[in-house]
Design a protein around this ligand. Structure first.
Ligand SMILES: [Zn+2]
Ligand SMILES: [Zn+2]
Length: 351
């Protein structure tokens, strides 16, 4: 040791010169470990932290929630208490869930030509950002809005303006706002990625990304049932908004037909998109590293659990869902890897 130090003193190496180091890197959240992230939208009814245990119990390692009632204008700021937020953040860390995606209120329409609704929308979205930051969310998803006769170009600039007004005075930090593609129902903006791109371009000072919804893609006319169709959609997304801006994929099968422009979600594999297409989507190299979040219907008890399990199976992993009151067994949650040589084997019963 002493010998080495002595030798180092004799020769000057520019690399040895003292330079003030960079500030310590921010702590990397445990969910950014490169593992596959499968999540589901869970309810905050009763207790907001209960949504975390629910997602964990369903076998998910990521989740999406509403941070308040999704179809009501909340009166006043509707803040989350500091105690509730702290409990939520602590429980989320314990369960290593991430990313945490918050879906904005459905009533928000930043493109509304009505001054009253537009003001409510900007204020409502401002509060969405405040609550998302309080909960330590990674992403806040918002539907761009509906033009309602005002024309797409006017709507696009109204949305961009509205996003800026809503974010004014807030420090987003690591959190990103994601614009979701739409089915193109009515006059909704965002069924074409060029429209999302125009909004992104007009808001370069806000940290904005994109969320793609498979059911919306399909209803908007992208035939993602085939490999070629999926590649064509991904290429179009890449040419417009850029795939690197896509952070979350809403994984929903579609009850409605290709190009129907009607948004109706269906259980994975039971809709018009089909199970094979979801296998390609979950394993597509261009979508690696994204969080896959289910927004599938719950019609029968266990539907949510079955949809989560279906996605894990498509990735080649089987994850045990944990029943209420049962202790999680982290080591066994991801058990056998069934994927062999790029093909997914069907799991036979009894094995
Ligand atoms: Zn969605
Ligand atoms: Zn939808």
């Amino acid at each position: 040791m002493a010998e080495e130090n002595h030798r180092a003193e004799l020769t000057f190496d520019a690399a040895d010169e003292y330079r003030p180091g960079p500030p310590p890197a921010p702590e990397i959240p445990s969910w950014k470990d490169g593992s596959i992230r499968i999540g589901i939208h869970t309810s905050i009814a009763g207790d907001i932290a209960g949504a975390l245990d629910m997602a964990h119990g369903l076998g998910a390692n990521a989740l999406q929630i509403f941070s308040s009632s999704p179809r009501m204008w909340t009166r006043g700021p509707s803040r989350i208490s500091a105690a509730d937020a702290a409990r939520f953040v602590a429980r989320r860390r314990e369960l290593a869930l991430g990313p945490l995606v918050i879906h904005g209120n459905y009533l928000i329409n930043l493109a509304s030509p009505s001054p009253v609704l537009r003001t409510l929308s900007v204020q409502g979205f401002h509060q969405e950002i405040v609550r998302a930051l309080a909960l330590g969310a990674d992403y806040l998803v918002v539907h761009p809005g509906s033009a309602l006769g005002s024309g797409t170009d006017t709507a696009v600039s109204a949305i961009a303006q509205g996003l800026k007004q809503a974010a004014r005075g807030l420090h987003l930090g690591e959190m990103q706002i994601l614009l979701e593609n739409t089915a193109g129902q009515g006059s909704s903006v965002g069924s074409k990625f060029q429209e999302l791109k125009a909004i992104l371009d007009a808001c370069s000072d806000i940290s904005l990304g994109v969320c793609i919804d498979t059911a919306h893609l399909f209803a908007a006319g992208w035939d993602i049932r085939s490999e070629e169709g999926l590649n064509a959609a991904l290429m179009d997304i890449d040419r417009s908004v850029g795939l690197e801006r896509v952070r979350v994929v809403h994984v929903n099968d579609s009850r409605t037909a290709l190009g129907s422009r009607v948004d109706r979600h269906e259980h994975i594999g039971r809709g018009k998109i089909g199970i094979k297409a979801f296998g390609r989507i979950l394993n597509h190299s261009l979508l690696a590293g994204r969080a896959f979040i289910l927004e599938t219907p719950i019609e029968k008890p266990g539907d949510d659990k079955r949809n989560v399990a279906a996605l894990w199976r498509l990735t080649g992993r089987v994850v045990r869902a944990i029943g209420p009151g049962m202790k999680p067994r982290p080591k066994k949650r991801i058990s056998a890897t069934l994927k062999t040589g790029g093909r997914i084997k069907k799991r036979s019963r009894g094995k």
